[in-house]
Each structure stands twice: as C-alpha cells, then as structure tokens.
Design a protein around this ligand. Structure first.
Ligand SMILES: *Cc1c(COP(=O)(O)O)cnc(C)c1O
Length: 393
C-alpha cells in the first residue's frame, strides 16, 4: 500500500464493538441489525422502505428485475460512471442508451436525456457522480412527464441534498453502496430505498431466494423454519442478503454519518484552498448557492485541455511511484470491452464524457488526511505538472 493510499475507511471503537457484539450474539444473518440499518438509511432519505443488500450492484440488479425491465427495453444512463451503473442493465438483457454529460457537474445533461426517450425507454438511471447531486430535480421532472421511472444510483452520494431534498428521494427507487471507499462502509454491502410498497416487497423476496412471504425478519425466519414455508420459493430469487456483521457495522457508521461527512468536507476544503489558483487544473465544481449539499465521495481534479491522456497517465504513474495513491476515475463505460463488443461503440461517440475521462486524476481522499498529507500530495502533483510543462517546450 502507498504511504498515502487513495482511500481508507473511517472505523472507530464504536464499529469494532458493534461487530464484536453481533459475533457474541450468535445471530449472524437475518436479524435486528439489518432492520435497524434499513430504518436508519430510509429515514435519512425520507423514504418508507430500506432494503439492505450484499452490494450496490446487487441492489441495482434487483431494481431492474423489480421494475420488470427485460430484453428489448432501453434504459437511459450515463457513460461517465463506475461500470456497475450500466452493468445492471445488461444483467436483465436490456440496452443501455448512453447520453453525454454536462461538463461542469459531470452528471447526465437533462436535455439530452429528454431527447433520448423512445417508446422502448423503460427507465432513466441517473448517477450522482462523485457525490454531486446536480440536475436530479430536472431528471425527476423529465421522468414524470414521460411516465418513466427514475432510478438513482446514489452509490457515491449518501447524505447529499439537492433542491431541498435528500439524495435518494428523487426517483422511484435509489441504491447506495458500502464498499470500503464509500462515505460509509459495511465491507461489502448496499441499500435500496423506495416508497413503492410493491417494489420493496419484490426486492425483499428477490434478495432472499425468492421466498414468498416477508420472512426475512428475525422472528419470522425462526418460525417459518419450523413450518416449511422457509423452503417455499415464489419466484426465481438470489442470495443478495447482507450479514448481521455487516449490518452492525453499517448501523455504527450511519450513527456517525454527519461527523463523517463533515470530516470529508474539511479535507475537500484543504485541497480547494491549496489548488485554487493552479492554472492547469480544473477543480470539482460544488453546486452554487445554498441549493445543494455535496456529499464528498472522492476528490477528482482534471487537467486542462492543453493536456491529454498521455500526460495524465504519466502523472498518475509517477505519483504512484512516489507512494501517493491516485486513480483515473472513470474510463468511459461505452469504451470498455463488454460494451464495445456488444454495441460497437467507437471513440468520439460521447465527446464530453471522453474528453473529461482522459484528463481526470482522483487524489487521495479519506478522513484521516491532515495538512501534512495534503502538503505532500499537492507538492508531488506540482512537481509532476512542472515536468509536463517542461516536456511541452
Ligand atoms: C460503488 C458504486 C456502485 C456499487 O458498487 P458495489 O461495489 O457493488 O457496492 C454502483 N454504482 C456506482 C456509481 C458506484 O460508484
């Protein structure tokens, strides 16, 4: 591992004790921690239901299934995201219809979303990229006007707000992810939130091997084991459950969410202050006014367009050599092999997303970073960029 890794979870004694308590309790799956975790996340989003799942990807897959999306259907989504936001569309045999992004927020451009709707469009799947909630209200309006469900892939934006509403409350359903680089972690895990009773019930069944009844509560699982209904499966289901160990970790993290988000905001502020005046960098754009709360997931800077992929990749390689963990968030999804092979996408199809994608550098971003770390990271980046300047002469 680098001296300064790209990310690191924020784990305290509260989390360690919560996990130890579950281990001592003997109930390691389908228990009270799952329900408590679900309630905490649902409440934070102002939603009726929370459904804990084994990963953000599993949650997205189940929403696609729950909405009945199938081969021949189209789902409008962004090419500039982590690949899971599109893979779930392929899992159900539907076609992702990509639209180019707004170069400021890096989220889908709403006008392009509206223009991409056809009679085959069965959902709009939006991502709050890097935790930026911009445009979610507009996308919700477009979805409503066309009577198409909006799905939020909110895996990068837990705790954010936009236009007076929490992230996760804009569409038919939303999904959060709890991989260790996210704002809060359960090791692996995810959460669906929705107000739709039917969708919630379907997702609960799908995550639990298609069991027909709501027997995923602690008490019901015990009684049903004796009656035989535990082995009754109403539909083709999956095992997408979250363990009690993970859920307990999630509860402890949720109880500290505001503290965690504050720390992330502080780190972002330190970067902003030090990098503000750099001519060859474009900094993340915090939505203006009091309209939005960014939930900082990562801190991604972008080289200006005097640079290209070659320079960016060299900077990344050399920063890593200096033990500063950086990454190229994100290569465009449509140019990844599974998408190129299936749909024949060529470079140039989504010029804004592609141009952004080849010039981004995600800097180390986690709560334990202090001024000394930031100084070292910023200094290392400065040396790399000065060298690129000299190479250009
Ligand atoms: C992290 C993430 C996911 C889900 O990731 P899992 O590792 O499956 O929990 C989905 N979409 C986006 C945009 C993400 O960043």
């Amino acid at each position: 591992m680098s001296v300064i890794p790209l990310s690191r979870p924020d784990i305290t004694d509260a989390e360690i004790n919560a996990v130890a308590n579950v281990l001592r309790s003997g109930r390691l799956s389908i228990g009270p921690c799952q329900e408590q975790f679900e309630d905490l996340v649902a409440e934070r989003c102002g939603r009726r239901h929370g459904i804990a799942v084994s990963s953000g990807t599993a949650g997205l897959h189940m929403i696609m299934l729950g909405l009945g999306i199938k081969p021949g259907d189209e789902v409008i989504t962004t090419p500039f995201s982590f690949i899971a936001s599109s893979n779930c569309i392929l899992y159900v045999g539907a076609k992702p219809v990509f639209v180019d992004i707004d170069p400021v927020s890096l989220n889908m451009e709403p006008d392009r979303v509206a223009a991409a709707i056809t009679p085959r469009t069965k959902a709009i799947l939006a991502v709050e990229v890097f935790g930026n909630p911009t445009h979610m209200d507009k996308l919700a309006k477009i979805a409503q006007a066309h009577e198409i469900p909006l799905i939020e892939d909110s895996c990068e934006a837990l705790g954010g707000r936009w236009a007076g509403k929490p992230v996760g409350s804009f569409g038919r359903a939303a999904v959060f992810g709890f991989y260790p680089n996210k704002q809060i972690t359960t090791g692996e895990g995810g959460m669906i939130v929705t107000d739709d009773d039917r969708l919630a019930e379907q997702c609960r069944s799908l995550r639990n091997q298609g069991r027909s009844e709501a027997i995923d509560t602690a008490a019901a699982a015990q009684t049903s084991a004796g009656t035989g209904s535990w082995l009754t499966h109403a539909r083709l289901g999956y095992n997408y459950r979250l363990s009690e160990i993970a859920a307990a970790l999630g509860v402890a993290q949720m109880q500290r969410l505001d503290q965690i988000l504050d720390k992330r905001r502080r780190v972002a502020g330190m970067y902003m202050k030090q990098l503000m005046d750099w001519q060859d960098l474009i900094l993340p754009t915090v939505p203006p006014g009091g309209e939005a709360d960014m939930s900082w997931f990562v801190f991604v800077v972008r080289l200006t367009d005097q640079y290209g992929r070659v320079e960016r990749d060299r900077v990344i390689k050399d920063m890593r050599r200096h033990e500063v963990g950086v990454a190229n968030y994100f290569p465009c999804i449509h140019l990844q092999p599974p998408y190129r092979e299936r749909f024949g996408y060529q470079p140039g199809t989504f010029p804004i997303a592609e141009s952004v994608s080849q010039r981004t550098i995600a800097l180390p971003f986690y709560n334990q970073l202090d001024e000394t770390h930031i100084d070292l990271i910023v200094h290392t980046l400065k040396v790399m960029l000065q060298r690129e300047q000299l190479l250009k002469r």
